[in-house]
Design a protein around this ligand. Structure first.
Ligand SMILES: [Zn+2]
Length: 441
């Protein structure tokens, strides 16, 4: 199976930015060459288009996809913990197998159509844990999305569910599908006992995977760690063996200098979610200090990394004049490197010989010259998900002319809307979660 993306402008790398003219030759799911095709093959005309590596979402919650537009009938939350108690910890308990699949499908379709080819997901469904990762993987396989999946292990719903969450990773690791890879999911320090955190660390060793965990998203996480363990969140993770170069730490908003040093010394990845941080009013992450392993996630808002990277740029720039458009490209490239490390595909996120053929064709006819030196400016001020024309994952065209190729989107979208109404009804019947962190002032 060969395919040539012919006549386009090709972004071979986001960091350092590299823009060339040429054909992209794809053979058996991989980039074979960037340049003239050495043999006759099917061609996809990309003249007037820009071909980029598929975007990677470094932190997603596909289980929240059916929450879009959801009514909220409880008293409006005033704090981050109340947002969890009154919104997300009601939604996750209301999920069943069918709504897990449809959420993953809906969020996965949104990502692909936005030019995102790999999703690093963090899943929770405390009343439907068994086989939940298999349902997520199955929906994503139907679409053709690459994924790194985990279940959010936590003690907030009791020890049996904490054990079931750990066990779900083992089940999934045995049966996982071609384009999905396991990580080990943990919710956050403030809902984890030492025993459960130890369970996550030994499971990560067993599976040869990293731990994907929320870290100091809100000050409540630090207050709880101080009250229960007498230490900071990142110190607790480091002491438990949960801080390694495979770890993925989401948010890191409320980390101090010592914790930043620990994160950088360990070489852990950080998923920065600027829009979510603004939406939840949790504060600004010290992204400059956290270094070059800061990647970008959407935290469940959507699958659009153009919008996320632009928001990260605006917000970063407002606070720090050294943030420039190239910084946004470097963060997206870091998401690619994270996915490359997690999936064992070292060239993922680049367009070069040997890389998996995860690429996006943008119908972006630049109104000004486009070159390596100014790719960042085009990215931040011009390119967007509306330019996504075609998407390839593993060499297969999974979006053509803005439409999914593998699946009857209209029919499944109808099922998603019905499932959302049922889900919202069940959420209405679910009380606010009673779990409270320690150390609240
Ligand atoms: Zn999250």
């Amino acid at each position: 199976m060969s395919l040539v993306l012919s006549g386009g402008t090709v972004v071979t790398s986001l960091d350092p930015p590299s823009v060339v003219s040429g054909d992209v030759v794809i053979h058996e799911g991989r980039i074979d060459a960037v340049g003239p095709a050495p043999w006759e093959a099917e061609r996809l005309d990309c003249s007037g288009c820009v071909v980029i590596p598929g975007n990677v979402c470094a932190h997603h919650h596909l289980y929240s996809a059916l929450a879009r537009g959801m009514p909220h009938r409880l008293e409006p939350p005033q704090s981050f913990v109340q947002i969890l108690q009154r919104v997300w910890w009601r939604l996750d308990r209301a999920l069943d197998q069918g709504s897990i699949w449809l959420s993953a499908w809906s969020g996965g379709a949104d990502a692909l159509l936005s030019g995102t080819t790999t999703i690093v997901d963090h899943h929770a469904s405390p009343n439907a844990i068994e086989d939940s990762l298999e349902h997520v993987a199955s929906a994503l396989e139907q679409l053709g999305v690459r994924s790194v999946l985990c279940y959010e292990v936590t003690d907030r719903d009791g020890p049996e569910r904490a054990a079931a969450g750990l066990e779900e990773h083992r089940r999934f690791a045995k049966t996982r599908r071609g384009l999905s890879t396991p990580m080990v999911g943990a919710h956050a320090s403030f809902t984890l006992s030492d025993e459960t955190l130890e369970g996550c660390v030994s499971l990560a060793d067993e599976l040869g995977a990293g731990i994907h965990i929320h870290v100091a998203e809100d000050a409540a996480d630090q207050l709880d760690a101080r009250a229960r363990f007498g230490k900071r969140v990142v110190e607790r993770l480091a002491d438990a063996g949960a801080l390694t170069e495979r770890s993925l730490l989401a948010h890191c908003v409320h980390v101090d200098e010592r914790e930043i040093d620990l994160i950088r010394e360990a070489g852990a990845w950080v998923a920065h979610n600027s829009r979510s941080n603004m939406n939840n009013r949790v504060g600004r992450a010290p992204v400059g200090a956290l270094g070059d392993r800061v990647a970008l996630g959407t935290d469940g808002i959507d699958g659009d990394l153009f919008a996320e990277s632009q928001a990260a740029y605006w917000r970063g720039r407002e606070a720090d004049p050294s943030v420039d458009p190239t910084w946004a490209l470097a963060r997206l490239a870091a998401s690619g490197r994270l996915a490359a490390a997690a999936t064992g595909e070292p060239l993922l996120g680049r367009i070069e010989p040997g890389a998996p053929a995860d690429v996006v064709v943008l119908a972006y006819d630049p109104p000004t010259p486009l070159a390596s030196e100014n790719l960042g400016g085009h990215w931040v001020f011009g390119m967007s998900a509306r330019h996504v024309r075609d998407v390839l994952v593993d060499g297969e065209v999974v979006v053509r002319e803005g439409r999914l190729t593998r699946t009857a989107a209209d029919e499944i979208h109808g099922r998603c809307r019905e499932a959302a109404e049922d889900l919202w009804r069940r959420i209405d019947e679910t009380p606010a979660h009673a779990f409270e962190p320690e150390g609240a002032p």
